[in-house]
Design a protein around this ligand. Structure first.
Ligand code: NAD
Ligand code: LMR
Length: 332
């Protein structure tokens, strides 16, 4: 196959490279795991985003193909591909935002925690490179189990002396997207007008929808609350089972990438280092800005059902956080 860089130079297209090098305004974004089910459509969305000036696509397989494909889109972001661990650092240098969907997805019958053994090491290695090459980047972690991979990232950054709690976010927006859709379905509303806060974490009972705080204000029967809570907590499993071994949710995840828009003053739910509860990490509504998390909002008033759910969520979350934190000690 032709060496793309040589062809560009032969054709006098070095201006593209200059543009890539000089892309001073706009976000420089790296997607790690860019050739995967999430990575590819996420790369497309980022290439369509006028706020993005430079897009680095890194994977251990198929990065050149995805890069060639995405780079033909007639939008302004310059796209560069990086293949294999020897190119990981090059993929990260100068990045403002690093999005990590690298790793393996669930198959039917698995929990997200069953992915820990493979994905924990992948996230650790990637975060060590981030700490070295772009320690000030905002890091969005999609790889599961998010409840543990975010604490792993934080530990790696702490060890390297570069941890900024405002800049490390676990992506849980998909739970909100699902909750909005399911509530809209049963209430006969337009999902775009519904906003359900979903707090806690991103697995099973740690996914805690606050149905008492839904906007517009809705009143649910206990049967509806039980149905909605169960469906929102098991939305990921619903997709994993329907895909029957061919992966987990990817396309609805793309809607969740609204959280990565980069607009000023966007309020979304994310799993972050937090003092909202006694746990060191918790998902709740946060205000995002150019520097990451600018404000973490309190949970607001909970009803008795939600308070019971919160206790269950915290119990499981505490174990997942501890597992992530001790992973570094175990591996060193
Ligand atoms: P996928 O298998 O389709 O893609 C994963 C990609 O990661 C592949 O291209 C693979 O080559 C790459 N990869 C593997 N090891 C790597 C490494 N060391 N460095 C860089 N890239 C590597 O899976 P997917 O459907 O895209 O899901 C990816 C992850 O996201 C899974 O862990 C899944 O559970 C998780 N997920 C999270 C959410 C969320 O809301 N947080 C939603 C959906 C999926
Ligand atoms: C989801 O919620 O869809 C993702 O976390 C993927 C999964 O394994 O459920």
């Amino acid at each position: 196959p032709p060496n793309l860089q040589m062809v560009e130079e032969d054709l006098g297209l070095e201006r593209v490279n200059c543009r890539a090098k000089g892309a001073s305004s706009g976000f420089k974004v790296a997607i790690l795991g860019a050739a995967g089910g999430i990575g590819q459509p996420l790369a497309m969305l980022m290439k369509m985003n006028p706020l993005v000036s430079l897009l680095h696509l890194y994977d251990v397989v198929n990065a050149p193909g995805v890069t060639a494909d995405i780079s033909h889109m007639d939008t302004s972001a310059v796209v560069r591909g990086f293949l294999g661990q020897q190119q990981l650092e090059d993929a990260l240098i100068g990045m403002d935002l690093v999005i990590i969907p690298a790793g393996v997805p669930r198959k039917p019958g698995m929990t997200r925690d069953d992915l820990f053994n493979i994905n924990a090491g992948i996230v650790k290695t990637i975060c060590e490179a981030i700490a070295k090459c772009c320690p000030k980047a905002i890091v969005n972690i999609i790889s599961n189990p998010v409840n543990s991979t975010v604490p792993i990232a934080a530990e790696v950054f702490k060890k390297a002396g570069v941890f900024d709690p405002k800049r490390v976010l676990g992506v849980t927006m998909l739970d909100v997207v699902r909750a909005n859709t399911f509530v809209a379905e049963i209430m006969g509303l337009d999902p775009r007008e519904v906003d359900v806060p979903v707090v806690g974490g991103h697995a099973g009972v740690t996914i805690l929808p606050l149905l008492s705080q839904v906007k517009p204000s809705c009143s649910f029967t206990q049967k509806e609350i039980d149905y909605l809570t169960d469906r929102i907590q098991n939305g990921g499993t619903e997709v994993v089972e329907a895909k029957a071994g061919a992966g987990s949710a990817t396309l609805s995840m793309m809607l969740a990438s609204r959280a990565l828009r980069g607009d000023a003053a966007v309020v979304h739910c994310a799993y972050v280092a937090s003092e909202v509860t006694e746990l060191p990490f918790f998902a709740s509504k946060v205000r995002l800005g150019r520097n990451g998390v600018e404000e973490i909002y309190p949970l607001g008033p909970l009803n008795e059902y939600e308070r019971a759910g919160l206790e269950k969520a915290k119990k499981e979350l505490a174990g997942s956080i501890q597992k992530g934190v001790s992973f570094l000690r175990v591996t060193e």
